[in-house]
Design a protein around this ligand. Structure first.
Ligand code: HPA
Ligand code: ZN
Length: 346
């Protein structure tokens, strides 16, 4: 038994940093730091509409999801070769390892690249090689989840799935991202049904900017196993009850929610309410290069702004991340033991 009550609040920041954790909501293209964008632009002879790293970073003042997506897709335009995807992946994995991430499930957006003439094989080749090296050299286990862009058509998603199938051994599931409003989950009912038939895991962004109805349809129509973001569920008590009863994980991203104005400030974030409702909430970084920090910064910022959060909550959030991950029970048990050890030491 861990004696959470005996852990002084002053220990929390160190525990948040030290505890092993899984990251389940990370867009690898959102980990492209301005410095790497400029380095890849130079390497590939791509012209950027920004004069310097500082000018690019200064443009990171977002008012909503779309204002971010416009810059995020522009940043990804420097990715052309397999090596670029590999380098981007490794830069993230080094940060993740430093934050004691033991496991990461990475989203990637193939359509952002194939629509620019970069082949699916190039994208997945570089990313899957980075996953292998992360495991071998950093001890971080890593899996890939292919995201369909929801502002594009279901037909385009089907074409992407066709492109991806020869590489099915290199990704474990599919997700749904990009502009949420006006693009409900049911737009992708048939392609998700096909993905489930193929034995792929299925997740979807829902209830970030969109209404609770999008979370319902992600569950009922797409039959997803996790909801990405999902914070809008709190507007619908029946939905909260369902998510809690079924332990449907929510991959919450605190810094993202503040940067994209889902909440005006971190102290208005509803992470405490989500946990109090018995939901399997997790903490993740979404697009860390754009939103001001990697996973530990998300934990530290949320815990600093929300004084109700305790050591017990920290342990719960890490345990939830393992529960919500797509790995076998024995591996989860091993990570949970390592987690308990950190907290037992106080
Ligand atoms: N929401 C939707 N699409 C995205 C996001 C997000 O937070 N990040 C990258 N693509
Ligand atoms: Zn996201």
């Amino acid at each position: 038994m861990i004696d959470f009550a005996s852990i002084p609040p002053a220990r929390l920041p160190d525990l948040l940093r030290a505890m092993p954790k899984a990251e389940l909501h990370l867009h690898i293209e959102g980990s492209l730091e301005p410095e790497l964008i400029f380095a890849l632009a130079r390497r590939n002879g791509v012209a950027l509409p920004y004069a310097s790293v500082e000018a690019l970073r200064a443009a990171y003042a977002f008012t909503d999801l779309q204002s971010f997506l416009d810059i995020y897709y522009a940043g990804a335009s420097v990715l052309l070769k397999e090596e670029d995807f590999f380098d981007m992946g490794m830069a993230y994995f080094r940060r993740a390892a430093a934050d004691n991430v033991v496991h990461a499930e990475l989203f990637f957006d193939p359509q952002t690249h194939t629509d620019r003439g970069v082949s699916f094989a190039t994208v997945i080749g570089g990313l899957s090689r980075a996953c292998e090296v992360a495991q071998r050299d950093l001890g971080v286990s890593a899996l890939l989840i292919l995201c369909f862009l929801r502002h594009l058509s279901e037909e385009a998603a089907f074409a992407t799935l066709e492109d991806a199938l020869p590489h099915q051994d290199k990704f474990i599931g599919v997700g749904l991202d990009s502009g949420e409003r006006g693009n409900p989950p049911e737009k992708f009912a048939r392609v998700f049904a096909r993905c489930r038939e193929l034995g792929l895991h299925v997740v979807a962004h829902a209830g970030e900017e969109g209404p609770p109805a999008y979370i319902w349809s992600a569950l009922d129509v797409l039959q997803v196993e996790r909801i990405d973001h999902g914070v809008a569920c709190l507007d619908d008590p029946a939905l909260v009850a369902r998510l809690a009863a079924e332990r449907v994980p929510l991959t919450v991203c605190p810094l993202s929610n503040v940067k994209l104005c889902v909440y005006p400030t971190m102290d208005a974030h509803k992470l405490v309410e989500l946990l109090a409702a018995g939901l399997c909430a997790t903490v993740n970084s979404d697009d860390p290069a754009y939103f001001g920090g990697y996973i530990n910064q998300n934990f530290l910022a949320a815990f600093a702004a929300l004084p109700q959060l305790t050591a017990k909550h920290a342990h719960q959030l890490a345990a939830n991340s393992f529960e919500a991950s797509f790995v076998d029970a024995a591996t989860k048990a091993r990570w949970n033991q390592a987690l308990d050890k950190v907290f037992a030491a106080g």
